[in-house]
Design a protein around this ligand. Structure first.
Ligand code: AMP
Length: 194
C-alpha cells in the first residue's frame, strides 16, 4: 500500500459505557499523529469523536472535521481543528469524507457509526471504490455485527466474498500495520455515482 495521507474514522458521538473503548479511540488518535496521517472525521466535540480529535491534535497531528450545519448544536462542532468544513447535509458530509480519505476505519459507535461503516462497505461492494476499510473489533465490540454478516452469508443473501470488503482487527494497535499490508486501490473512485 502506498503511504497513507489521510484516514476517515467513524466512531460514536457518545463515549459509551466502557472506558477501554474510549481509551482505544484516544490511542488511535496518537497513532495517527505519530504516523503523520491526517484524521478525517465528523467534526464534533462529543463522544469518541471528540476524544480522538483531541488526542490527535494534542499529539501534534492534523485533523479535518466535516460537519453538517444542522448538527452544530447536537454534536457541538469542535473549534480547535486544523480544518473544519461546515456543509449543507449528511450526504455532502459523507461524500467529502469519502473523497478526502485514503482509507476508512470503524471504531466502536452507535447507529450513525454503523450506517457510515456499512455504507462505505456497500459502496466498495458495488465497485464504486476499493479504498481499504478496517473494522476495529476492539474488546469484541463489533462481534454481533460480524455474527450478522456470517448469518447473511449463511442465508445466501451475500456471497463469502463480502468478508474481503473489510479487514477486521482486534485492536486499534493493529490498524496501521493492517493498512500497510493492504493492496493499493486499483480502481478510480467514483464520487459522482454516489
Ligand atoms: P453515533 O454512532 O450514532 O453516535 O453517530 C456517529 C456519527 O454518525 C455522528 O457524527 C452522526 O452525526 C453520524 N450519523 C448519525 N446518523 C447518521 C446517518 N443516518 N447517516 C450518516 N451519519 C449519521
Amino acid at each position: 500500500m502506498l503511504p497513507l495521507q489521510s484516514i476517515a474514522v467513524f466512531c460514536g458521538s457518545s463515549v459509551g459505557a466502557r472506558p477501554a473503548l474510549a481509551d482505544a479511540a484516544e490511542r488511535f488518535g496518537r497513532h495517527l499523529a505519530a504516523a503523520g496521517i491526517t484524521l478525517i472525521y465528523g467534526g464534533g466535540r462529543a463522544g469518541l469523536m471528540g476524544l480522538i480529535a483531541d488526542a490527535t491534535l494534542t499529539a501534534g497531528g492534523q485533523v479535518v472535521g466535516i460537519i453538517p450545519g444542522h448538527l452544530h448544536h447536537r454534536e457541538v462542532q469542535h473549534d480547535g481543528l486544523t480544518e473544519l468544513l461546515v456543509v449543507d447535509s449528511m450526504h455532502t458530509r459523507k461524500r467529502l469524507m469519502f473523497e478526502r480519505a485514503d482509507a476508512f476505519v470503524a471504531l466502536p459507535g452507535g447507529l450513525g457509526t454503523l450506517d457510515e461503516t456499512i455504507e462505505i462497505v456497500t459502496w466498495r461492494q458495488l465497485g464504486l471504490h476499493d479504498k481499504p476499510v478496517v473494522l476495529v473489533d476492539q474488546d469484541g465490540y463489533w462481534g454481533p455485527l460480524l455474527g450478522l454478516v456470517d448469518h447473511i452469508v449463511d442465508n445466501r443473501f451475500a456471497g463469502p466474498a463480502v468478508h474481503a470488503l473489510w479487514q477486521v482487527v482486534q485492536s486499534v494497535d493493529a490498524v496501521l500495520p493492517a493498512l500497510a499490508d493492504a493492496p493499493a486501490p486499483s480502481i478510480a473512485a467514483h464520487p459522482g455515482r454516489l
